[in-house]
Write a protein of this length. Structure first.
Length: 172
């Protein structure tokens, strides 16, 4: 099963969550958001992107759970920090979850909006599988990443709600 076809796309998805790629992709997305919707949306997106690692490091420091050992599972990368919560999962849940929220509230209902939201949510879902497949996290680490990612996403959405309401804001 080690040569299964799904290891390649999951490995590629996992690789995008490591520095410097994650910073490059997040930065490009934030610049696009700035160009399309302006400063407030880009600022809130930055809060989602930058706050998630802060949450991650705080929780990792408190829990200090060891990663799965190479003697038990194949480990793609040997990472020196604790495993709980899964940082890639927390980050992608908070950031792409917020981008998905922006797509929902800022774009008119359409096939394009639905496709964009489905793509973003699929990336979030498959990141958890990618981190387990890489042997770098326990399933409970991934669940913790989703939990803390949703918490930070909620904080970011609430912060965003305090901001300006442009006239073209799509309301449901």
């Amino acid at each position: 099963m080690h040569g299964a076809w799904f290891h390649v796309p999951l490995g590629a998805l996992s690789a995008v969550g490591f520095a410097p790629l994650v910073s490059i992709f997040d930065g490009i997305i934030i610049l696009v958001i700035f160009a399309v919707w302006g400063r407030w949306d880009a600022f809130a997106s930055g809060i989602a992107a930058l706050g998630a690692p802060a949450v991650q490091y705080g929780v990792k420091g408190l829990v200090a759970r060891p990663r799965p050992p190479a003697a038990l599972v194949h480990v793609a990368h040997h990472i020196g920090n604790p495993s709980f919560p899964a940082g890639h999962v927390l980050d992608v849940t908070a950031f792409l979850g917020f981008v998905c929220y922006l797509a929902y509230v800022r774009l008119k209902p359409s096939l394009g909006r639905t496709a964009l939201m489905a793509l973003l949510l699929a990336i979030v879902a498959f990141m958890g599988l990618a981190r387990i497949d890489a042997g770098e996290h326990w399933a409970s680490d991934v669940l913790g990443g989703y939990l803390f990612g949703i918490v930070w996403l909620t904080v970011t959405v609430e912060l965003y709600a305090w901001g300006p309401r442009p006239e073209n804001f799509v309301r449901k």
